[in-house]
Design a protein around this ligand. Structure first.
Ligand SMILES: *Cc1c(COP(=O)(O)O)cnc(C)c1O
Length: 470
């Protein structure tokens, strides 16, 4: 299995190389040169597998340059009941209104990003050791991604993490989650500035080629192929949990931002998993909803991106969306390159003529949710089911309700736990409420914290990295 770029100008590469890559040299994203096809007999056999065994079956069809026993070992160490709260890893439950919820958020940071990041941490460590390489991750976070990366990479050999966050701008829970890590390879840096300032510093470091090469600087962002492939697994797991036989079809409703999560669903469907529809749910930042309704893709500027109460979906450009468009364009890299030249030129593009293929062929539909919708949904689910759902998941439940057809089984992906968003839950409830939190996180805010405060200055961050790496 070799990987190619969505822009068609990069030589095919093996998995281990793609794992450590960001963008392809031609500016595109890496994808397998074809999707493995799963026949009915295989699908039947997979139904009874445990999550780690299923993960091995699926991932080994994409990864052929890590020996099977080693890959099995990486996967076994990743998907444990200890890390994800139950042997099921991603249990499926049914709400009173018949909508199913697949829990992807019982990992260490209570968000679905752990599903992929935990695998990435172990896979990075393995490949770096084999190739006698080091990697120093520099990132900026306003909360979720940074903590998932830190929990995935803590204590890993050959890896350091330098995570920039805006001083005083995260919730006490988010701060405690990151800053309480005592591992020597985790470096929390609170920058005297905003999230955008943190991102600018990361860009400045990335653009300093000499520094980047000398200190082996890399990133773990949502375009990483290793994350997507790990996410394909839970669509299969969710399908098996939500059905009794492989004759049934299931639709997945996915709270979306950068299109990484639902991109994995698209790949599962292309492999032959009986997915009826892929329902893309957005919040007020609705670039994707607009595309799936009209065929127009019009990314916005950061200034036109709303700050919402489902903050992990506050994006204006969906960084993984190009992977789907590559398939939509029948894998013509030249066409994708031309479309993204229009995106970079600020016009975006219009594929209205492709809407029938997008809807009927690829099964995509969409919907959006507002702050008021989110609060209403959180309240309604609590009234009917006695449980608080997180704001991102609520966006999906709202949209699922709206688009559900008679007899359709819809699985909403739960991308975070309500415990992370106590303020929004209180707003929905009209009063402060106790939102249950996993026992392991009791008293998190009282643990000692480890963080270095630095001025909003790239040079100060470089100096800290130089000193830390000796
Ligand atoms: C990252 C995230 C999303 C969006 O996922 P994408 O892969 O970017 O589409 C949704 N909900 C939560 C809680 C997240 O952390």
């Amino acid at each position: 299995m070799k990987y190619i770029s969505t822009r068609g100008q990069t030589a095919a590469k093996p998995f281990s190389e793609v794992l450590l890559m960001g963008l392809a040299p031609d500016g595109g994203l890496m994808l397998p040169e074809s999707y493995p096809q799963i026949d009915e007999v295989t699908l039947h056999r997979w139904r009874s597998l445990s999550y780690p065994d299923l993960a091995f079956e699926i991932m080994s069809r994409f990864i052929d340059d890590i020996p099977a026993d080693d890959l099995k070992d990486i996967i076994r160490r990743t998907y444990t009941a200890e890390t994800f709260g139950s042997a099921d890893i991603t249990p499926v439950r049914t709400l009173g209104d018949g909508i199913k919820i697949q829990a992807l958020s019982n990992g260490p940071t209570l968000a679905f990003k752990d599903m992929a990041m935990q695998f990435l941490g172990n896979a990075f460590e393995y490949v770096l050791k084999r190739e006698n390489r080091e990697l120093n991750i520099v990132g900026a976070t306003s909360g979720d991604t940074g903590s998932a990366a830190e929990y995935a990479l803590r204590g890993k050999r050959g890896i350091h993490v330098f995570m920039l966050s805006p001083e005083g701008k995260m919730s006490p829970f988010q701060r405690a989650q990151m800053y309480s890590l005592q591992d020597e390879n985790i470096h929390n840096i609170a920058v005297e500035g905003m999230f955008d300032d943190c991102q600018d510093i990361v860009k400045a470091l990335q653009n300093d080629a000499a520094f980047k090469a000398q200190y082996h600087i890399g990133t773990v962002n949502s375009i990483n192929w290793g994350r997507i492939v790990a996410q394909v697994v839970y669509y299969f797991a969710g399908y098996f949990r939500a059905t009794a036989t492989n004759e049934q079809k299931v639709s997945f409703c996915v709270p979306s931002g950068n299109f990484g999560n639902v991109c994995a669903g698209h790949i599962a469907r292309m492999m032959g998993l009986p997915i009826h529809r892929l329902i893309v749910a957005t919040n007020e930042n609705d670039v994707l909803d607009e595309f799936f309704k009209t065929g127009r893709y019009r990314p916005r500027s950061a200034a036109d991106t709303f700050v919402t109460s489902s903050p992990s979906m506050d994006i204006s450009k969906a960084s993984n969306f190009e992977r789907f468009v590559f398939d939509l364009m029948q894998r013509d890299g030249g066409k994708v390159q031309a479309l993204w030249a229009q995106v970079e030129g600020g016009q975006g593009f219009d594929l209205a003529g492709e809407l029938p293929r997008i809807h009927e062929g690829f099964g995509f539909v969409s919907g959006k949710s507002s702050h008021a919708d989110r609060l209403n949904t959180i309240r309604r689910v609590f009234a009917e089911d006695g449980e608080w759902i997180d704001p991102h998941t609520a966006d999906a439940v709202k949209v699922a309700h709206e688009v559900r057809e008679a007899g359709e089984t819809v699985v909403c992906l739960e991308t975070a736990l309500a415990a992370k968003f106590a303020d929004t839950i209180a707003e929905a409830a009209g009063e402060a409420v106790e939102v249950p939190r996993p026992a392991a996180l009791a008293g998190l805010e009282d643990l000692p914290q480890r963080v270095t405060v630095l001025p909003n200055d790239a040079e100060a961050v470089k100096q800290l990295i130089r000193e830390a790496l000796g």
